[in-house]
Unconditional design. Structure first.
Lengths: 375, 284
């Protein structure tokens, strides 16, 4: 074996031994010690902007919580929204950092891969995910975002009430949330008496030009278009739709609610209607205060839903920990009874297990490059 | 210790993939970027058969290997007529086709919803036991690859890599050899896919993209082409390196991004100073 190879192998072995020693050292929970929270979120890759939002919000929360003596200790690891990276990140947090619970960022496939590990390790897992499969992922998983079903049902009923009888649906074929949204919308809208004239998939990883897809939509001449898209994709999609002469009402869901959407759509977004979750910087006092604090801490960054939910969660856990530490099972039970301190995303409705199933969705419309409540 | 066991399991899966791909790319000189497709076929076979039909893990693996073999035979019949850049291009196309099938054949694969709740065999429910099982598979596949590489069959493969026309002059039907090794490599990838599905317990199409095929190519190029030990070393390096970088104390704000930058720079550095790979016998 060449000398260079021997050196590489030797370095790897030494580092492995070091990691093993570090991993073996377990930390016992002692009353008064901070709550050790692992955060596994996409800091690189597809959802990195959402991961950054959550990270910033959690850092802000931990700073606020720890003002009077440390009560929470955060450790971040990148999941890259990739199952195998997430599994290794979770294992590292559990072994090398001895975290007592893990908050998961967006990326349902990564969260679904991590959930069984958390079950095996009997460690609570709080993924910020909307995929309904996480509702049955195990006794230690508590999903933080509402199911997509609620949003899709609401917008289907709204579209029908507005007089649409034929709808074309566009959705990202690589997103399980979009597939669920498409299916629920189709079922509800058809049940009311409407017709789905076209269901057209696109792959957001490879598609930036939607004109061929939109041309098909134009050919079928629907009364309205339900475009399931995240903000980065939704902006160009809406703009291209209007440029092609598609003047029908355009409906979307809460993932569009971001400045990034307007960066891509410009003025073409006027009149787009979405279902939205309660969080809004123009909403309740607590939400406004959160947004001001976020913007002050992170100038130039827009506070998003994910960070707000994470901020609220950390406060809920910290309060529970203060009350019941070191009895960890009581901390988690307390979370179920009081899942939200500031209700930054409204009052979540939990199932018996503690998963967020729905919130009070609202409807918002674009006016002058801004989402406003639709009365 | 669990973390190390997780790392070791993933390493063994990628080492199996690397050894299988090395037979195709390293020994035969065929620039194949379809390996993730066969990896996915093995994974989906195990996932579907265990969740829907409750079949034994080894039966699902066998079915995955057979399906992968048949699919690779059909794809290989087309690919074996190409060489050089055209082979790579056609292989790329097939990887995209198979990924699209995983994504869109929703009645079978559930598309982007993925398949959760894949059971592990009871006797390897503990991670350490699972590691032993995957290590045994790695050892078996490594020795099979070594045997093939050192046999007369392996010598023909190397000759195809060096100068296909010259060996054709001696009467060798090279497209049959290329086809055979492509099928063998695909079947090895299916074994890795089955193990991966049982380990992760959830799969979706996002794992089996063209990017994954390119990552597997990187493993064998870094480890050294036409050297099975090199393929294993390449897997060790590329699985361990990003994880080692988790322990480097980069500032929280930029840690994840810095790890990617450092990872990329280290790979570039290695290729500059060792273009034949860590244990390679020749360069691409």
């Amino acid at each position: 074996m060449p000398t260079a190879v021997k050196i590489v192998v030797a370095v790897v072995v030494i580092i492995l031994v070091g990691m093993a020693i570090s991993a073996i050292q377990k930390k016992e929970v002692i009353s008064g010690q901070p709550l050790r929270v692992g955060v596994l979120l996409p800091l690189t890759g597809k959802f990195s902007n959402l991961g950054e939002d959550l990270k910033n919000a959690l850092l802000m929360a931990s700073s606020d919580i720890n003002k009077n003596g440390q009560k929470v200790q955060l450790t971040f690891e990148d999941s890259a929204a990739d199952p195998k990276v997430a599994v290794l990140g979770a294992a590292k947090l559990l072994d090398a950092n001895s975290v007592q619970l893990i908050i998961g960022g967006t990326g349902s496939s990564a969260n679904l891969a991590v959930a069984p590990i958390m079950e095996m390790r009997k460690t609570p897992f709080f993924p910020l995910s909307a995929t309904s499969k996480l509702n049955s992922a195990g006794t230690y998983t508590r999903k933080l975002l509402p199911d997509m079903d609620g949003e899709a049902s609401k917008i289907a009923a709204y579209a029908f009430a507005q007089g649409a009888r034929k709808v074309a649906i566009l959705y990202d074929t690589s997103s399980d949330t979009h597939v669920i949204g498409k299916d629920v919308f189709s079922t509800v809208f058809s049940g009311l008496g409407g017709t789905i004239t076209l269901v057209q998939g696109y792959d957001s990883k490879t598609t930036a030009d939607f004109r061929s897809v939109l041309t098909r939509v134009k050919d079928v001449g629907p009364d309205a278009i339900y475009a399931l898209a995240i903000e980065k994709v939704g902006g160009p999609l809406v703009k291209q739709a209007r440029e092609l002469g598609l003047t029908q009402p355009l409906y979307g869901f809460s993932a569009l609610e971001s400045d990034e959407f307007f960066n891509g759509s410009g003025l073409a977004a006027e009149g787009v209607v979405i279902t939205a979750q309660p969080f809004s910087c123009d909403g309740a006092v607590a939400m406004q205060k959160y947004c001001l604090a976020f913007k002050a801490s992170y100038p130039g960054r827009q506070p998003l839903l994910y960070g707000a939910v994470g901020y609220d969660l950390l406060f809920a856990l910290a309060l529970a920990s203060e009350k019941y530490s070191p009895d960890f099972s009581k901390i988690i039970d307390e979370y179920k009874n009081n899942p939200s301190v500031y209700n930054l995303n409204g009052t979540p409705q939990l199932d018996a297990h503690g998963n967020v199933r729905t919130v009070d969705f609202t409807m918002r419309i674009v006016r002058d490059a801004k989402f406003v409540e639709l009365k | 210790m669990e973390y190390l066991i997780h790392l070791a399991i993933l390493f063994s899966i990628y080492a199996i993939l690397g050894v299988g791909l090395n037979l195709v790319v390293g020994y035969t000189g065929l620039l194949s970027v379809t390996h993730a497709a066969f990896y996915g076929i093995g994974a989906y076979a195990t996932a579907i058969l265990s969740t829907v039909y409750d079949l034994n893990f080894f039966v699902t693996m066998l079915v995955g290997v057979v399906i992968s073999g048949v699919v690779s035979l059909l794809i290989g019949l087309v690919l074996s007529r190409f060489d050089g850049d055209y082979y790579a291009l056609a292989a790329l196309g097939f990887n995209i086709i198979v990924y699209s099938i995983f994504l869109n054949w929703q009645s079978v694969t559930r598309g982007p919803l993925g398949i959760p709740g894949i059971d592990r065999p009871d006797f390897v429910s503990a991670n350490w036991a699972f590691l032993i099982m995957s290590a045994l598979f790695l050892i078996a596949i490594y020795y099979l690859a070594q045997y093939l590489g050192k046999s007369s069959f392996g010598r023909v493969l190397k000759a195809i890599r060096e100068d296909e026309r010259a060996i054709q002059v001696f009467g060798y039907q090279t497209h049959y050899y290329k086809l055979m090794i492509f099928v063998i490599g695909a079947m090895m990838a299916a074994v890795a896919g089955s193990i991966f599905a049982a380990y992760i317990t959830f799969i979706d199409p996002s794992t089996f993209t063209l990017n994954e095929s390119i990552f597997l190519l990187a493993i064998i190029i870094l480890g050294g082409l036409a050297n099975n030990k090199g393929a294993i070393l390449g897997a060790l390096f590329l699985i361990l390196l990003p994880e080692m970088l988790r322990f480097v104390g980069f500032p929280t704000d930029i840690a994840a991004q810095m790890r990617q930058v450092v990872y990329g720079l280290l790979l570039v550095f290695l290729m500059l100073y060792r273009p034949q790979g860590l244990m390679g016998e020749y360069e691409l």
